[in-house]
Every structure is written in C-alpha cells, then in structure tokens.
Design a protein. Structure first.
Length: 454
C-alpha cells in the first residue's frame, strides 16, 4: 500500500514573521556597525576627484535602508536637520552655476563626506557608551595624523618631498583639523581625572589598568595632538587652540570669566598705546599666501563675489579659478590662493547667502542644544533612569565638544580648512558628536520631568 507523503504546511504569517525577524536582526547589526561602514565608504567621497560619488551615495543609501529595518536612524525634524537639507538642495544649483565642473565634483564629494559624517555621528552616538567610543575614535584619528605628519605634510624641499607618502596634507589643513580635535581630547583627559570618575573606580583597581591605562592614553593623545599643532606652524591653529582652551577653562572656573575679558581689554589698550598693531599683524603672516595685506585682498574679493552672486555663489571649488578671472589680484599670487582664507566668506562665495544661512543655522542650533543640555548637567544620576549625562566624565566630554566648536569657529576667521578639504569631515563628525550629546541631555531632562516626584 502506497502512502502519499504529507506536505508540511507552514502558515504564511509565520513565514513572514521569520523573514521580518531575520531582516530586523541584520538591520540591527548594520546599525551597530554604522560608523564602520560609513568610514569604509568615505574614500569614495574624499578621493577619486568626484569620479566615485555615485557609488558612495548608493552605498550610504543602501546601508541606511538596511539599518532602518532594525531601528530608526532618522532624527526628528530640527533646525540642524533643516540646515543639512538646505545644503543638499543647493547641490544642483552649484552644479549649474559652476565654471569648473571637475573641481565642483571633487568638492561636492568633500561636502557630502561632511554631511554624512555629521549625520552619522549625531544619530548613532545616542548613548553614553557610543559617545565615548566615537570620541575615542576621533581622537585616535587625530593621533594618527599627528604621528604621520612628518611623512605626509607637504614640503617645498624636493629632497623631503621624495620621502613623502603618496597622499599628502597641507600644513594649515593639518593644524586646523588637529586644533578642532584637541579640545575633545582634553575633555576625555579631564573626564578621566575628574573626581566622579575616580570615585566610581574600585579602590583595589585604582592603580590597575582600569583607570591608569586610559588616563595615560588620554594624556599621550593630548601631547601628540599639541605637538602636531605646533609642528604644523599654522598661526590660525595656534589661535584656535588658545581660544578653545580658554573657553573650556572659563566655563569650569568662574573667576576666569571676569579675568579673561579684563585681560583682553588691558592687552588691547596696551597694543593701541604702544602701537604694536603692525607687530601683531606679522604673527598672522602665512607661508601659503603671504602677509596680512594679502589676506585682506582675498577677503575683499570674496565679499565682491557674495555681492555679485548672492543667491547661487560661484560653485563649490570654483574660487581658485573664477575669482582671479573675474576680480584679478593686485598683490596676491593666484597660484597660491585656492580659497578665501575665511570659513564664512568661503561658504558664502561658493554657495551664496543660502549656504551661509544654512551654516549659521547649524551653528546656532548646536549652541542652543548645548545651552539646553547645561540645564540637566547638575541633576543627580539616580534621577535619570535611562540616560546619565550628568556625571563628571560626560560633562567634560560635553565641554570638550563645545571647545571643538569654538576652535572651528575661531580658526575659521583666518582659514577655511574645515570646509572643502579631504579631512574636513573629521571636524564635522565632532560637531555631530556635540549634537548627539546635547540630544542625550534633552532626553534626560524629559525623563526627569516625567518621573514621579517622591
């Protein structure tokens, strides 16, 4: 007697649930490793002179779509997200107006790298552990740049140039990038030295690797980055380093909030009475463009560009070719002038007033978020069941990110290396970390307000 084999009937709903579960697990894995695959895609944006932009964009969209199956990676609508949207909307405009399409494609890759780095860090580092890991990764990149500076920094000496690696970096670009990372590194170091971090470490392990090793590594990172900034010989980096560290000190020590402005006022009066202005201007002399009068001429040309092209600018990366053709220099060497040597004028010249407004809105949003975060930094950690950003270590990390923002803005007065350069996405990743930490503080305040009072 033949027995007909029975068919295994699996409910359709159960099949769909298993497939959805598998996709959710894969999405969560991709989401947890999001900084890794974004870092792997960065060369497609930064290198190749814009030839691989399409592959980079498709890669980011594909991975984000897969990650979204496991958890939502999109942040809520805010002033910062609106700023990023404006930058994206300006891309077809800048491709339409540019007189140098090849240069614009190359700099479009830099811009996309900046936006992707900012958004990735801002949405991924949404816990204290992730924020610390991201901060340590960024500081590690800074240490790598500082250690390899003797090999990668551009030199006019032909013998030295022969020993360089295939990919080089201009010294002002190196100095500006390290100046932004230095306050973040100082925040990590002071967080390890803070009383709260020491109290949380068991006494028996205080002298062990649990606390001493991270402390020594943070101190070594600070030393390496400071040496890298000094080695770059970038006056703008020196200025950014001093101002950012003064801001950090003034926030932590109340007496300095009066001493520093008073000291600056007395110094200004002394410079005016002793006629030391020309001597101070000599400190701003740069090997790349010349003395301060050259910078003034470049700034005047950038202002003229903004005046003549207020809505569109002249296109990303077109400053070096369009400005000498439209507004010939008198004392500047066109071969040495690649940008406006001012962050704010550079953005306005390339993207017009809409680009300037988007950048200003982003900076204002970061400051507002940071001010909102200060409201909860004095809360007791026991009152914050999910997020605990009020401990001393996280407070120092918040302050380090704020110092990095101050460094970026102050360095932008004399240079524009945090916009439209290959390593500019590093500075924008630090800005994303600042936004992420501020959002954690906001969530902590909401939890505090909604928690029942005893």
């Amino acid at each position: 007697m033949l027995v007909r084999p029975t068919k295994l009937h699996i409910p359709l709903a159960q099949t769909h649930e298993s497939q959805a579960s598998w996709l959710t697990s894969a999405g969560r894995l991709v989401e947890n490793l999001r900084p890794v695959w974004v870092a792997a895609l960065m060369p497609l944006f930064v290198f190749g002179e814009g030839r691989f932009l399409l592959f980079g964009v498709l890669g980011v969209i594909g991975f984000w779509a897969l990650a979204g199956m496991g958890t939502c990676v999109w942040g809520r609508w805010s002033l910062s997200s609106a700023s990023l949207l404006v930058f994206l909307l300006l891309i077809p405009v800048t491709m339409w107006v540019t007189p140098s399409p090849d240069l614009t494609r190359e700099h479009l890759g830099y811009l996309l790298a900046q936006l992707v780095a900012f958004f990735t860090v801002a949405t991924w580092a949404n816990t204290e552990q992730r924020a610390k890991v991201m901060a340590q990764a960024l500081v590690g990149i800074g240490c790598l740049l500082a250690v390899t500076a003797p090999l990668t920094i551009q030199s006019t000496d032909p013998l030295a140039s022969a020993r360089l690696l295939p990919e080089t970096i201009q010294k002002n670009v190196l100095g500006g990038t390290l100046a932004v990372l230095l306050p973040l590194c100082v925040g990590l170091l002071m967080g390890k030295l803070s009383k709260g971090a020491i109290n949380r470490a068991p006494t028996a392990r205080f002298v062990g690797a649990r606390l001493i090793a991270p402390l020594l590594l943070a101190a070594l990172a600070v030393a390496l980055i400071v040496v890298g900034v000094i080695f770059s010989q970038s006056h703008g980096a020196y200025l950014a380093m001093v101002i950012s560290l003064l801001v950090i000190a003034a926030v932590r020590m109340k007496p300095l909030r009066l001493i520093i402005p008073g000291g600056l006022l007395v110094t200004g009066i002394g410079v005016w009475l002793l006629n030391l202005g020309p001597s101070l201007l000599q400190l701003l002399q740069s090997d790349s463009v010349g003395d301060f009068s050259v910078r003034v001429e470049i700034w005047s040309r950038a202002l003229q560009v903004i005046h003549d092209f207020p809505l569109t600018g002249i296109g990303l990366g077109a400053f070096r070719t369009a400005v000498p053709a439209l507004y010939p220099y008198v004392i500047s060497d066109p071969e040495k002038v690649h940008h406006a040597h001012n962050l704010y004028l550079q953005i306005g010249a390339e993207l017009g007033l809409p680009g300037q407004a988007a950048f200003a809105a982003l900076i204002i949003s970061l400051f507002l978020r940071r001010l909102e975060g200060w409201k909860v930094e004095k809360l007791e950690p026991s009152n914050l069941p999910t997020f605990q950003p009020s401990n001393a270590e996280m407070a120092w990390l918040n302050l380090g990110c704020l110092g990095a923002l101050v460094a970026l803005l102050s360095h932008g007065l004399l240079d524009a290396v945090t916009w439209g350069t290959k390593p500019a996405f590093i500075a924008w990743a630090v800005l994303g970390l600042l936004l992420s930490l501020s959002l954690q503080n906001t969530r902590a305040r909401i939890i505090k307000e909604r928690s029942p009072r005893v």
